[in-house]
Design a protein around this ligand. Structure first.
Ligand code: DGL
Length: 266
């Protein structure tokens, strides 16, 4: 059985590349919901419906474990999937998100006092980062800033136009004097270097492609009953719900080679 990695689009590819580097032997199926991206400005019900469909599609493709490599879906759909969908229909499968491992990484660094979180509208409005970080350390000050236009820019291959938006979205975090900034959307690592230039020197950036692979490796070590069911022939399959030329071009840039995408119909 495979590891499935799901996102609305490019962000999941960034995570997939990092997971392949860390765990090269595992068989991986990436699915990007390019037909419905962006998720970040939609209602909880819609995000849940889209995410549950994608997860069920990945289960039907023989995935034992699904990583929801999307903060929006992790914030708005993961809990219901884990508490309702899995027990009812898929008791032997597992679904993990990207927010809990990120909270652990941020919350465990005693240098962090003021944490800025840049995220989609939906993730920021859920206040999941502030709520959960405060549970880990009540003294942490947390400011969540939504950046609604970054995902559409990235998905449209327009990152060179991102500068004025980044200046606008990062200004409140600079004013807040954040000592750590969480890139709370898996698309944002694509703009990381641009962000680094805008943010004050010394600000620690938490970027999920640097966090998730190690956390996944540790999870698999702790769960031999899952790991033993995963096939390890280094096979990778890339699927999208719309064969969108911008995503294909971005994938080529990211992986340094052409990726053959197949159409996922769900
Ligand atoms: N990569 C998704 C996330 O981490 C982007 C959501 C969207 O499609 O707006 O939230």
């Amino acid at each position: 059985m495979k590891i499935g990695i799901f996102d609305s689009g490019l962000g999941g590819l960034v995570v997939t590349k990092a997971v392949i580097n860390r765990l090269p032997q595992y068989d991986i199926l990436y699915v990007g919901d390019t037909k419905r991206v962006p998720y970040g400005n939609r209602s909880q019900k819609t995000v849940y419906d889209f995410t549950a469909r994608a997860v069920e599609f990945l289960f039907a493709q023989n995935c034992k474990l699904v990583i929801i490599a999307c903060n929006t879906a992790s914030a708005q759909a993961l809990r219901k999937i884990q508490q309702e969908l899995l027990p009812k229909k898929y008791p032997d499968r597992r679904v993990l998100g990207v927010i809990i491992p990120t909270l652990e990484a941020v919350g465990s660094d005693p240098r962090n006092k003021k944490v800025g979180v840049l995220a989609t509208q939906s993730t920021a409005a859920s206040h999941i980062y502030r709520t959960e970080l405060k549970k880990i350390n009540p003294r942490l000050k947390v400011l969540e800033q939504s950046a609604p236009l970054l995902v559409p820019l990235i998905e449209n291959g327009a990152k060179k136009f991102a500068q004025p938006f980044l200046l606008e979205y990062l200004r409140p975090l600079k004013k807040f004097r954040a000592d750590a900034v969480v890139l709370g959307c898996t698309h944002y690592p694509i703009l990381k270097e641009q962000m680094r230039k805008i943010l004050l020197k010394g600000v620690r950036l938490y970027s999920q492609e640097q966090i998730i692979p190690e956390k996944l490796a540790k999870y698999l070590k702790r769960h031999p009953e899952i790991d033993s069911r995963l096939s390890k022939k280094a096979q990778r399959v890339f699927m999208v719900t719309d064969l969108n030329v911008n995503l294909m071009a971005a994938a080529k840039e990211l992986f340094g080679k052409k990726i053959a995408f197949k159409l996922a119909d769900f």
